[in-house]
Design a protein around this ligand. Structure first.
Ligand code: PLP
Length: 380
């Protein structure tokens, strides 16, 4: 008899993937959150050179010291005490997330997770034996939780809270004042504060508001070069914490998950950080034009309202189309040649919403929005 674990049997593919698999070739792709740019050319050259130079071996588990030092320096404006001992290179943000829950969660523990959520969060917590304790992030509040909502969810088994700003899927972001309240909540309840800041370089109109260096040391950050340098396929990211005991435990988990990251690639990322630090801003200028375009198109459509995100490359508009839930609406969009994700792919709190990733050119965004408008007009 073929037998698989209850763990594997209980997990379903994400709604984002399911829609992607159903889409035809002519669908306009607002589905996947991956920049349509290539990594900086000098990083590609450095990658190839490092391989030719024989950098094709295991590295230490925490990664190349020069790269870790450089990463720590990029955060000195938030915490000048950081050095390489506060950084562990991982094979992506995805890998970093798993390390964190492996290191923190015991059976019976729960972790406060934002809803709508990046689909890996609750599943990873469950895979590590814990429970995902969802807190809502409402459209009306710019997708930032209220302290009352957090207080109503926390219980004696809550060990950590995860914040994700700018957010996937909502594009929601915090002001410094909101951040300070959220940090205070974690501190007062002695929770680990896990902060997913993989979109820290895709920021519009203002500076990134980090949870690092905000007066609380029990913080673990997930970050990644997937979005920063358009390196989604390379699979490289990092964990960072001011807490050295946490770094020791996280690095131990990293060893058992992948042993170490990719040798040559770490030299390429170092080159990008040293010589292409303007690259994310160039990408961001283009994303900002796309954001303005997609938001103005969506907000001009009947029965649709869309917040204007200040970071990441997603919009999460609300659709008020009687008789259609978000899954059915996403299917109607697909039939009309538009691939987007149903809001419920990111939890029940996403009902009534669709997620559009604006990681395609402005011309395609315009064509896609013409189709969305036509579909909406037929349905209302
Ligand atoms: C919020 C968030 N965190 C983490 C990740 C993981 O990124 P990666 O595994 O490509 O580093 C993503 C990817 O889409 C994301 O949106």
């Amino acid at each position: 008899m073929v037998r698989f674990s209850d763990r594997a049997n209980s997990i379903r593919p994400t709604g984002v993937r399911r829609m992607f698999d159903l889409a035809g070739d002519d669908a306009i792709q607002f589905g996947l959150g991956e920049p349509d740019f290539q990594p900086p050319p000098l990083a590609i050259k450095a990658f190839s050179k490092a391989m030719e130079d024989g950098r094709n071996k295991y590295t230490t588990t925490a990664g190349l010291p020069e790269l870790r030092k450089k990463i720590a320096e990029t955060w000195h404006h938030r915490d000048s005490n950081l050095d390489e001992s506060n950084v562990c290179i991982t094979m992506s943000g995805t890998n970093a997330l798993l390390d964190i829950f492996l290191a923190l969660v015991n059976p019976g523990d729960n972790v406060l997770i934002p809803e709508p959520y990046f689909p890996l969060y609750p599943t990873d917590v469950v895979l590590c034996g814990g429970e995902a304790n969802m807190y809502p992030c409402h459209f009306e509040n710019g997708f930032v939780p209220t302290i009352e909502d957090l207080e109503s969810r926390i219980n004696e088994n809550t060990i950590a809270i995860l914040y994700n700003f700018p957010s996937n899927p909502t594009g929601g972001n915090v002001t410094e004042e909101q951040r300070d309240k959220l940090v205070k909540f974690a501190q007062e309840n002695d929770l680990w504060l896990i902060t997913d800041e993989v979109y820290d370089k895709i920021i519009y109109d203002s500076e990134h508001v980090s949870f690092l260096g905000a007066g609380y040391e029990k913080v673990i950050m997930i970050n990644s070069f997937s979005k920063t340098f358009a390196m989604t396929g390379w699979r490289i990211g990092y964990l960072l914490s001011p807490d050295l005991e946490a770094m020791g435990q996280l690095t131990k988990m990293q060893y058992y998950v992948t042993a170490c990251s990719n040798d040559a690639m770490q030299y390429a990322v170092l080159e990008a950080l040293e010589k292409a630090s303007d690259y994310p801003a160039e990408m961001c200028a283009e994303f900002k034009k796309r954001r303005d375009l997609i938001c103005s198109r969506l907000n001009s459509m009947p029965n649709v309202s869309c917040n204007i995100p200040t970071g990441a490359f997603y919009v999460f508009p609300k659709f008020d189309i009687p008789g259609y839930n978000s899954e059915e609406l996403a299917m109607k969009m697909l039939e009309g040649g538009v691939l987007c994700s149903p809001g419920t792919a990111f939890g029940q709190a996403g009902e009534g919403h669709l997620r559009f990733a604006y990681t395609i050119c402005q011309e395609d965004i315009s064509r896609g929005m013409d189709r969305v408008e036509e579909i909406i007009l037929k349905l209302i």
